[in-house]
Design a protein around this ligand. Structure first.
Ligand code: KIV
Ligand code: ZN
Length: 505
């Protein structure tokens, strides 16, 4: 019989705290709902004490999510545990996730605590958390650089104080698979009453071994794994959920394990998270990259045509990639449009649907056939209805050439007001961005990233532009979509500047 492995998703906590990955409340709720549909077991919704915004999002997720445990992180401190508990109160199954570091380097330089003080703190704080909530997880931060004997003591104290889940993080991505498996085996063998709790692993990807280490943790006895969608997370990221789940499924013979994840929802969840953070996957990213199921080489194509399993160990359908692409056009009605969006995983509010359908009709005048990729791009570039307070593009004109200085005239609207500016620049996009800056006058910022890609095939394809602006260590991502790449660039910039301006209000 297979052993059941629980999936603890920390996209909204460990993933979201990575630079350029922050999400607003609406986006966090959308991800949480998607994770619930994906059927993860635990959603770590945030770190309630870290900011009022985090507190609110943990609370909002706790109120709405019914089919998953909802967790909040807390240091070994009463105020942290109180905040986590308060935010989690409405949850059907709340979990307080208490952590403290156990490695010599963290204890000495970060905590400035002696090992015995750390053990006392674990005892006191896990007991305190347990007095408020029955479901307590304890994490020994930097466990994989801790002395195994001391780690075993820490785990023993946590179990005696009431922890139900013991998490072993490889915080800095230092471990190897053999070490991970052996550490789990050692702890489960040596710690009294280890069989009364659940063991978990939490791996970072600094040496590119997060997935391998997580899977090794399962072989060592872990029955919970912590991961993020697309491997989002600080530095090289956390272990990617999609890789772990598909490895468990594809190599069932080896791991003898199963999860309750609905794998056919993986692709949509991955896309949603990339869209929200304004990124696209590296083309060769396992499972969800554009090339993950592409067969270019003649010899591979020949094999796949004869029998798919020659070069394919998983099917695109198993992660929810549709191969029967449908095409809509100018005669398609609102109902067909809405139905197709639902099939593609977009549940739009009536107002969003209205504006998206209007964009679809405009696009039909420019393109004969509208593919699924176009529809998805339209849906993910929709403007949130609550954000009708920003600048919108009314019109623009640019002149540029290889022998002349580029000029741009941009007209923006904000409510009833119209603004027009002209600027010169190093190319048409630079000129347009300067004209926009003259109108909006955002505070000093830098353009960190500008990316453009075509949404579907063909010369009339939609171009999607993603722009990242940096202001005081915060990134603001903007997206723009048009068959005209200069218009897409302008829309993306306005979108990012609107976000930046909302932040400073
Ligand atoms: O990486 C880590 O150690 C963590 C813990 C707080 C679980 O994220
Ligand atoms: Zn982590």
């Amino acid at each position: 019989m297979s052993k059941r492995v629980k999936i603890f998703d920390t996209t909204l906590r460990d993933g979201e705290q990575a630079p350029g990955c922050s999400m607003n409340l609406r986006e966090k709720l959308e991800v949480a709902r998607r994770l619930e549909k994906l059927k993860v077991d635990v959603i770590e919704a945030g770190f309630a004490i870290s900011s009022p915004g985090d507190f609110e999002s943990v609370k909002a997720i706790a109120e709405r999510i019914k089919d998953c445990t909802v967790a909040s992180l807390a240091r070994c401190a009463r105020a942290d545990i109180d905040a986590a508990y308060e935010a989690l109160k409405p949850a059907v199954d709340p979990r307080i996730h208490v952590f403290i570091a156990t490695s010599p380097i963290h204890m000495e330089y970060k905590l400035r605590m002696k090992p015995d003080e750390v053990l006392e703190s674990i005892e006191e704080m896990v007991r305190y958390a347990k007095s408020k909530c029955s479901n307590i997880e304890f994490s020994a931060e930097d466990a994989m650089r801790s002395d195994p004997e001391f780690l075993a003591k820490a785990v023993d104290v946590a179990i005696r104080s009431g922890a139900a889940v013991i998490n072993i993080p490889d915080t800095v991505g230092y471990a190897t698979p053999v070490e991970m498996r052996e550490m789990l085996e050692y702890l489960i063998r040596e710690v009294p009453n280890a069989d009364t709790v659940e063991f978990s692993v939490h791996c970072h990807n600094d040496l590119g071994m997060a997935t391998a280490n997580t899977l090794a943790g399962i072989l060592g006895g872990a029955s919970q794994v912590e991961c993020t969608i697309n491997g989002l997370g600080e530095r090289a990221g956390n272990a990617p959920l999609e890789e772990i789940v598909m490895a468990i499924n594809t190599r069932r013979n080896l791991y003898g394990a199963e999860t309750r994840v609905d794998t056919t929802k993986i692709y949509k969840a991955s896309k949603l998270v990339y869209d929200i953070i304004g990124r696209t996957p590296p083309i060769n990213k396992p499972i969800v990259g554009t090339n993950a199921f592409a067969h270019e080489a003649g010899i591979h194509q020949h094999g796949v045509l004869a029998n798919r399993s020659t070069y394919e160990i998983m099917t695109p359908a198993s992660i929810g990639i549709r191969t029967n692409k449908m095409v809509l056009g100018k005669h398609s009605g609102r109902h067909a449009f809405e139905t197709r969006l639902l099939e593609l995983g977009f549940e739009l509010s009536p107002a969003e649907l209205e504006s998206c359908f209007a964009e679809f009709k405009k696009l039909c005048d420019k393109k004969k056939e509208i593919s699924d990729s176009d529809l998805e791009a339209l849906a993910r570039n929709r403007q949130p209805v609550e954000h009708d307070d920003g600048y919108v593009l009314e019109r623009f004109t640019v002149h540029s050439g290889n022998m002349s200085t580029a000029t741009a005239v941009v007209v923006l609207r904000k409510g009833e007001e119209r603004f027009e500016e002209v600027a010169l620049g190093d190319g048409p996009i630079d000129a347009a961005y300067k004209a926009i800056d003259k109108i909006i006058q955002p505070p000093a910022h830098s353009l960190e990233n500008y990316g453009i890609h075509s949404v579907s095939e063909g010369k009339d394809s939609l171009g999607e532009v993603i722009v990242s602006l940096k202001m005081a260590d915060r990134l603001f991502n903007g997206k723009g979509l048009s068959t005209d790449i200069i218009e897409a660039s302008i829309l993306a910039y306005i979108n990012a500047v609107n976000k930046l301006m909302r932040q400073i209000r």
